[in-house]
Design a protein around this ligand. Structure first.
Ligand code: 2BA
Length: 107
């Protein structure tokens, strides 16, 4: 058995959670904060049989892969709004740790 720590953007957390539930994978969702950006992200704790790990990674990748997004970027001067140029930013992505589980009890 494995314990997976999966850190995703909070923007992707709900779709990842729904996709895991749809395939009957149990997960615990924890609100977390990235140590570098100090921005909120979401960590899933997932206990799973060894043969399910690849499928779980696939599901997470399908719903949180890094991608480009175009967002409005307004330039504001002392005279007010000057222009609104869309800029491309990278969003999403997942960091996944897979650990061996020595024992698992449900009491
Ligand atoms: P990622 O590498 O995709 O990491 C996203 C989040 O995943 C991290 O948020 C952190 O919460 C978690 N994470 C990543 N690697 C980890 C590890 N080895 N152990 C535990 N948790 C881990 P942040 O720490 O806020 O980092 C956000 C993004 O900033 C990172 O994206 C990376 O692109 C960049 N970054 C992080 N540390 C950096 C550093 N020392 N120098 C330059 N860029 C850094």
């Amino acid at each position: 058995m494995k314990l997976m720590f999966v850190i995703v953007s909070t923007d992707d957390a709900n779709v990842v959670q729904k996709a895991l539930i749809k395939e009957h994978f149990q997960a615990t969702k924890i609100s977390s904060t990235g140590g570098f950006l100090m921005k909120g992200n979401t960590t899933f704790l997932i206990g799973a049989n060894d043969d399910k790990v690849e499928r779980i990674i696939e599901i997470i990748g399908n719903h949180s892969r890094q991608r480009k997004k175009v967002i409005p970027n307004s330039i504001i001067s002392e005279f007010g709004l000057l222009s609104s140029n869309p800029v491309e930013v990278t969003v999403g992505g997942a960091t996944i740790f897979v650990l061996n589980v020595e024992a698992f009890h449900k009491l």
